[in-house]
Design a protein around this ligand. Structure first.
Ligand SMILES: NC(=O)c1ccc[n+]([C@@H]2O[C@H](COP(=O)([O-])OP(=O)(O)OC[C@H]3O[C@@H](n4cnc5c(N)ncnc54)[C@H](OP(=O)(O)O)[C@@H]3O)[C@@H](O)[C@H]2O)c1
Length: 313
């Protein structure tokens, strides 16, 4: 476990102990580090984990480091669990200010290809969507605005969606909605059931088997970020909710088989988005290393895949 970070005291410090943050998948990896950094800033941070004992173990590690963190169970794929968390937040705090949708899976151990794909999509797309909708009425009005940060991946950049029709639909921000995203998922799942690849058009069957579910789920997560951001963009001053997604980069956790940079670096952009002063907040963007990189193509992510040309409507 690493030590605590000193509080940042600056004129742009908009948060206080009364600021409430919820982090999903906080028991390990990048989520644990996001909890640690937010709590170190003096934000009241709720570490959630699907497994109560793993969550409580993480909590006690943070408490040993002198951090005052709270815990609540949350399985993002379980609607009852989501409902219980929402009810508890309302009763304890009256609402929240920050949601970090970090929980995610890259692979499934299920042997059935369709069930495996569903597990990844249920966590990385439906988990984000359902939790965000459940907590949306609880975001509290504030001058600084509330913040939703979706910990996504550059693997979900649209360069990885080979089918031009789907690439265009997922990039058509004006007409994008949950129905479009879910049609994309439906066709992807049909591919998995039938052994075809009409959506991602991956360069090889091996790449499809290894990364297809993760790519589809994170492309859906990115698209959902844009839908939520657009739909919430016209809220009046004092009731703003900024919704963005980011990639932590290849980060040394169980998910990456312990390759990549430190969890401190992996958590950095998500924490930066949380702490930005309201005057610098944007919404509906994809960030890597604190930089808006758009939703289409990041060279680091897709070296083997050609930069996509988006067909005109
Ligand atoms: N590590 C990387 O290189 C990398 C790169 C790009 C993006 N990301 C993204 O970063 C996020 C965090 O990944 P990580 O690297 O920290 O992975 P990790 O160490 O495997 O942690 C994943 C976390 O998500 C939790 N989780 C999984 N399914 C859940 C569910 N249904 N409900 C609640 N929590 C659930 C896990 O809980 P359990 O402990 O109970 O399994 C764990 O706490 C993910 O969204 C991932 O896609 C990671």
């Amino acid at each position: 476990m690493t030590g605590t970070t000193a509080h940042v005291e600056s004129p742009s410090r908009w948060w206080s102990k009364d600021t409430i943050a919820v982090v999903t998948g906080g028991n390990k990896g990048i989520g644990f580090e996001i909890v640690r950094q937010l709590a170190s800033q003096g934000i009241t941070t709720i570490l959630t984990a699907r497994d109560e004992s793993r969550g409580l173990q993480a909590l006690s590690a943070l408490k040993e480091d002198g951090l005052d963190v709270l815990f609540h169970q949350l399985d993002v794929t379980n609607s009852k669990s989501i409902g219980k968390l929402a009810t508890w937040i309302k009763a304890e705090f009256g609402g929240l200010d920050i949601l970090v949708n970090n929980a995610g899976v890259a692979w499934s151990s299920l042997p059935d290809k369709v069930l495996a794909a569903k597990e990844v999509l249920d966590t990385n797309y439906y988990g984000v969507k359902n939790l965000t909708h459940a907590l949306l009425p609880l975001f509290r009005p504030s001058a600084a605005g509330s913040r939703v940060i979706n910990v996504s991946s550059m693997a979900g950049q649209l360069a990885a969606v080979g089918n031009d029709k789907w690439k265009q639909q997922l990039n058509d921000e004006e007409n994008l909605n949950e129905a479009v995203i879910e049609s994309f998922i439906k066709v992807y799942l049909k591919d998995r059931a039938e052994g075809t690849d009409t959506v991602l058009l991956m360069p090889s069957q091996e790449l499809l088997e290894t990364y297809g579910n993760y790519i589809a789920s994170k492309a859906a997560c990115n698209a959902h970020t844009r839908v939520m951001a657009r739909d919430l963009a016209n809220r009046k001053e004092g009731e703003k909710i900024f919704v963005n997604c980011m990639c932590p980069g290849v980060t040394n956790t169980g998910m990456s088989h312990n390759r990549g940079h430190s969890v401190e670096e992996g958590a950095d952009t998500a924490v930066w988005l949380v702490l930005l002063p309201a005057s610098e907040c944007v919404t509906g963007k994809f960030f890597l290393k604190r930089t808006d990189r758009g939703f289409l193509y990041i060279e680091e992510a897709h070296a083997p895949i050609a930069q996509p040309k988006i067909p005109q409507k």
